[in-house]
Design a protein around this ligand. Structure first.
Ligand code: UT7
Length: 326
């Protein structure tokens, strides 16, 4: 039966110029390349320059996505930004981007907070609004400057994170209602607030009046992430009536190569179909998925017609999955 699908018509990404390697980190804290690369798979990450804001890097990713989608700012009906590192406490990064880009007054723009699952949440919002006919063309951005909330003296956390931005332009298109359609075929989002203390920052507006630093119970997060991302993947595959054998790529949130590999093994997806960017991006939270999407389209991995399974998990705990045919 004919239906409206949310099709990805363009993507973009931006990484700050400064690269911080594991060797650089070993001069800052008691760590080494061997520990970081074997425990996490991370070799380098990008860090914003002094004065380079979350909105600056998001705007660069968005401009690339708009160029690739061949649309102008006047075509945008909404801007949704997934982030946990806004320029200011308020207004939103989305409002800042709308202002800097000069989108027409009245265009809705908002930030969404779901930590590392933020982009899956944001795409779910965009997909629902498009399928309801409320908007036709949406910019969905994931962006972080996590370097601003990392304690650079804590080796347990500072080696894990990076900065970056990714964006997609999605647009309503007509589908046949089958899994052969291009676009978002299924999304699922979840949360469990009883896990609040296992991952987050140790401060905030109402608690310490500071942003705080990232802290986590790494082992709990690790275990939960593998189970949650696998279950969310099965849910969206079932919703779309396909199996892991049908997918071209597994593109999980990029936190740790061991989490990514475990999810791949649980889902029985061969290693060569798993997209990995954590080695050169680190964990960029809400930016990791759109960064990996845009980079994989740019380097020719993800091609038109490919079916991509995208699970994520983050602070809250939040988790979710989406299945997109590009
Ligand atoms: O996006 C979602 C957010 N986060 C995640 O998904 C992260 C999930 N968790 C993880 O990725 C892993 O749990 C970590 C990478 C954070 C840690 O790996 P692990 O294998 O669980 O290591 P561990 O915490 O058990 O630490 C092992 C040892 C400890 O030393 P002792 O107590 O055994 O002597 C740590 O002090 O490694 C030590 N250690 C380090 N050593 C060198 C911790 N960080 C470092 C470091 N360099 N950077």
């Amino acid at each position: 039966m004919k239906c409206i699908r949310t099709k990805v018509i363009g993507s973009g990404h931006y990484l700050p110029a400064k690269v911080l390697t594991n060797d650089d980190l070993s001069k800052m804290v008691d760590t080494n390349d061997e520990w970081i690369s074997t425990r996490t798979g991370i070799r380098s990450r990008h860090i914003v320059a002094e004065g380079e804001l979350t909105s600056d890097i998001a705007l660069k990713a968005l401009e690339m996505a708009m160029k690739n989608a061949n649309i102008s700012k006047d075509d945008l009906d909404i801007i949704i930004v997934a982030t946990l590192t806004p320029d200011n406490t308020t207004p939103t990064v989305a409002a800042r981007i709308a202002g800097k880009l000069g989108v027409k007054s009245g265009t809705p723009a908002f930030d969404l907070g779901a930590a590392c699952s933020g982009f899956v949440y944001a795409m779910t919002m965009a997909d629902n609004m498009i399928r309801l006919g409320q908007v036709k063309t949406a910019a969905v951005i994931g962006v972080e400057t996590l370097s601003n909330i990392v304690n650079w003296e804590d080796r347990n956390t500072c080696v894990l994170f990076g900065d970056g931005a990714g964006a997609v332009i999605v647009q309503a298109s007509e589908g046949e209602g089958t899994s052969k359609d291009q676009g978002v075929l299924a999304t699922r989002i979840y949360a469990d607030g009883t896990q609040y203390d296992n991952l987050g920052t140790d401060g905030g507006i109402a608690t310490t009046r500071t942003a705080g630093y990232v802290h986590m119970n790494g082992k709990e997060v690790f275990k939960f992430a593998v189970g949650a991302m696998s279950e969310a993947s099965h849910a969206v595959l079932n919703d779309a009536g396909v199996t892991t054998a049908d997918i071209d790529w597994l593109l999980p949130h990029q936190a740790n190569i061991r989490i990514i590999s475990s999810v791949g093994q649980k889902l029985e997806v061969p290693e060569e179909k798993v997209i990995v960017t954590v080695d050169h991006h680190g964990n960029t939270s809400a930016a990791s998925i759109p960064l990996a999407i845009s980079e994989s389209i740019a380097n020719g991995k993800i091609k038109s017609g490919d079916l991509v399974l995208i699970p994520a998990m983050g602070a809250g705990f939040t988790w979710g999955g989406m299945l997109i045919r590009f």
